[in-house]
Write a protein that binds this ligand. Sequence first.
Ligand SMILES: [Zn+2]
Length: 349
Amino acid sequence: MAIVTLSLPDVKRKTKTRPMKCPHCQGETFQRWGKVLKPVRDNRFHSVQVYRYRCCHCRRTFRHYPAGVDQADQTLRMRKLAAIYWVLGLSLRSIPLALSAFGVKLSHMSVWRDLQEQAHLLTKQRRWQAVRILGVDGAYPLIKGKKQPVLIAVDLGTGQPVAIGQVDEYSPQAVKRWLEPLVQRLGVSVIVTDDLASFRTVAPKLGLEQQVCQFHVRRWVGRALHDLKGKLPKEWLWVLDEIKDLLTHLPLEGSRRLFELWKQIPEPRSGRNASPLSSLDQLRYLLLRLSEHWDSYRLFDWQKDVPWTNNGTEQAIGRMKMRSRTVRGYKSWPGMQAALLLSASGVAW
Ligand SMILES: [Zn+2]
């Protein structure tokens, strides 16, 4: 699970160390070439001391910054702090206000750039970390006042999101196109999803084992059973109880048992074109579907560390949705993606 660690980089007023290597030619001997007072935006310092050096090898000059300072006018500490405020729930426009308490003046656009930078660092850091179990789920955050379909992928080992894409979860082609490079790069072997047909189509094509979130299964099956209870001939009501029982205990032999039940129910007399489907036909269809999908309901039983719900992914979506409401007029999709990924992380490194 995500752990909030509010560690901020240290910022030094001056540095006592000498540079190790010339940034231009990797040379290792230098002459000091003067010093400058660099103004910075920081909670403790208004300026820091920066030495200039000249490389004895290539004769070019460069600046050697103290810890926590680089070319930017905000210190690393301020940039990280702005991102932490964002993750903790402050809006883009209230972050400059919060930072002004430290005597730091920032526009909301420079805060936006800070978020982009931190998201980029986070993505880079996670890019090649192997993920064995990936939670995938669709969400519809408000983007520019409109609900937009996105897919989010979460490392269920750490609870951290690894990618957000503008993908319609109902399209198997789109889901596959987005998931395939991710699965290959991260070495994913199990996905946890809800019961959508698109995930079911894509999982075997990508060589993935699938665990279907049992909250989702119980919800939709519960509704179907409730609906059938009202219209099924009385002599078949016991089947509903047995389905409910099987789903509660998820026994290994459940698939076979459901298939046996399916065989016991008489086939429709009127053939395929009969409409609407009779309640018995609906029951047959339900039994067959559950029997066929049974393995994906109980992967967690024998695959180590696989959760039986997609709760970890839903939590990340919750954090992201809370965030997306407070931002209007995202500049671009990549920018928004970065900000959402950062907010869905819910941590401050
Ligand atoms: Zn050099």
